[in-house]
Design a binder for this molecule. Sequence first.
Ligand code: ATP
Length: 237
Amino acid sequence: MGTLLSVKNLKVSYGGINAVKGIDLHVDQGELVALIGANGAGKSSSLKAIAGVLTPSAGEIRFSSRPTEKLPAYDLVQLGMGMVPEGRGVFKRMTILENLQMGAFLKKDAKAVQQKLEEVYSYFPRLKERLPQLAGTLSGGEQQMLAMGRAMMAEPQLLLLDEPSMGLSPIMVETIFDVIRNLSASGMTILLVEQNARLALQIANRAYVMESGLITLSGSGKELLEDSRVRTAYLGE
Ligand code: ATP
């Protein structure tokens, strides 16, 4: 299968702070790729640049064979990039159903929207039980489900997940990671940014380790789980 996303020499800076200092990575069709690393390593900044939420200071990004580093997020959504941001970003004063419908704003066909809703409900039965509930009243885990469901409504070619486990109870983290695994098994291409290295490496086909704005290690999820440097620095061993 071909490469869906490729990133070369990506740099991101905030004023004088260089958060991402020139990274290369790629995601092939159908892969689940994780980007792990400590707090402040530059993972979220990299993901935001890929999603067009911020403009990189240098580097090339190709998505579906098009150069996209200068495109805004809106264009990237149309090209098939689905972003689930850190902190979920659900519309708190809208209901669950309205949030999901917002995710399908590019779809004109009501039947297709309904089909997509049913698919989202099959992944997240808990959302279906609460359709009229305001998103702001959901638990953190339910908001994560909603943010993922909303992204899925647009039928993305690539799903970008920023710290899905953040702030969730262990049981909820398990539920969310089961869904990520199932989505991946159903063929969805996923780039996952995650501080919980063990969980991310357990489900990832491949992963990159980021430290101080650079990628310092990469390999299959299994290789990295067994790597002594990863075990010491990220798996608490
Ligand atoms: P986290 O898990 O905390 O999100 P991260 O690996 O995703 O960590 P980033 O959020 O990308 O890291 O942050 C990388 C660096 O850039 C950090 O030093 C951070 O303080 C800095 N940074 C991030 N966002 C901004 C901003 N809007 N303005 C200034 N500096 C920022």
